[in-house]
Ligand binder design. Structure first.
Ligand code: SF4
Ligand code: SF4
Length: 381
């Protein structure tokens, strides 16, 4: 296939600025691709991404399944003889691609720049404060035992979240579609819809997290700094899934059976919620600790990386605080904490397409695309 080379020097500078400043050390030996436990003959990486960024080949790099197939295990960083940190380059490309494919674009820019953080929190803060003002709970807290649905009725919360998350899902789908088309354009294949079997196989792969296990079984004898990945990602994935099942079950319990909250701690749904929350917090503690302890090998991490960890952690932590403050019967602390908890939930769910959480969409698209392309000779070693 003929490739029109259109270097974009400004884009290269942006990628270097996203924690990829060592990439110019790369002399294209290919060791990183050879040791990468995820790279395949059809989709070899990350050597080619190193040269694409060095040459400023933005469209090739961003219309490429490999950047999302990379699971950031760091094996390539460990073995690179030049310490060019290819894992950091791949992470920087993923960060940039979230911004690049975001619809609407200003949301991508807002989530990638710390200066917009107050504004991003102000949106849910104003929405929920307006509801509380309307209900008269800004000046007077509900009387009696603590029941959060007396503070903000569940119907109000559902109206806000269904509308906002619905818009977010539309944004995520459009962003994923743009990426899909870009992969098709870069490979000159038209980006055909995949056969259904690729969807099923990809979903099974996601539920097994098999690629993270492969990261732990990386070849060679050097100790990589991401050997905890499989267990911690499983804990976050199933912990988050458990929290979603808990929230859904509470909704079904209230609307279908009139079983009003708060539910007792021994209730199976409560046990699931608490166990899931603990799994998420434990995994996040490992993620944060390893990022600090292994900074020299792994790089300092990007803003979106830290933002995602912080928001997921604070969402879970404020959920626990709401429960403990309710049990301790401290309404003056419990109700404001519930308000803060809602802000974090809003941030986590509604900004999905523009935060690191969007890897749910982009990595799934890349995995499906890579499966559909296998054997079609679309890889460029
Ligand atoms: S990043 Fe390192 S291992 Fe990979 S090709 Fe460049 S020098 Fe070799
Ligand atoms: S970080 Fe791991 S998965 Fe990503 S390119 Fe490097 S070795 Fe491969």
């Amino acid at each position: 296939m003929a490739v029109l080379v259109q270097p974009d020097a400004e884009w290269k500078r942006r990628i270097i600025g996203l924690d990829a400043h060592d990439l110019s050390f790369c002399y294209q030996c290919g060791t990183c691709t050879a040791v990468c436990p995820i790279s395949t003959a059809d989709n070899p990486f990350p050597r080619k991404e190193m040269v694409w960024v060095q040459w400023g080949l933005k469209d090739l790099a961003l219309g490429n399944a490999s950047i999302w197939l990379c699971h950031q295990c760091g094996t390539c960083n460990t073995y690179c003889p030049r310490d060019a940190k290819p894992s950091n380059v791949m992470a920087a490309l993923r960060d940039y691609s979230i911004l690049h494919y975001a619809i609407p674009g200003f949301m991508g820019r807002a989530l990638s720049d710390a200066r917009f953080l107050p504004l991003l929190f102000a949106i849910p803060a104003v929405i929920f404060a307006a509801i509380l003002g309307w209900l008269g709970h800004l000046t007077a807290l509900p009387e009696g035992r603590i029941v959060y649905s007396k503070f903000i009725p569940i119907l109000y919360i559902e109206v806000v979240f269904i509308a906002a998350v619905g818009l977010a899902m539309a944004g995520a789908a459009l962003g994923g579609l743009r990426y899909w088309r870009a992969m098709g354009a870069a490979a000159d294949s038209g980006g055909r819809p995949p056969p259904r079997r690729h969807l099923v196989a990809t979903l099974l792969e996601i539920f097994r997290h098999g690629k993270f296990r492969r990261c732990g079984d990386a070849p060679g004898i050097r100790k990589t700094h991401k050997e905890h990945m499989h267990r911690t990602h499983l804990a976050v994935f199933y912990g988050f899934l458990g929290l979603v099942v808990t929230t859904t079950s509470v909704g079904i319990g209230i609307y279908a059976f009139g079983y009003l909250t708060p539910w007792p701690l021994w209730h199976p749904v409560k046990i699931l919620g608490n166990a899931s929350g603990l799994a998420v917090l434990a995994a996040l503690a490992v993620f944060i600790w390893r990022r600090i302890a292994d900074k020299a090998e792994a790089g300092k991490g990007t803003y979106s990386d830290w933002l995602f960890l912080a928001i997921l952690g604070l969402t879970t932590l404020t959920g626990f605080l709401c429960q403990w403050l309710r049990l301790a019967d401290l309404p003056r602390l419990a109700y404001p904490m519930y308000y803060v908890h809602l802000l974090f939930i809003f941030f986590l769910l509604v900004y999905i397409p523009y935060s690191k959480f969007s890897h749910l969409v982009y990595r799934s698209a890349a995995m499906i695309y890579a499966r559909a392309s296998e054997g079609a000779g679309q890889g460029r070693g």
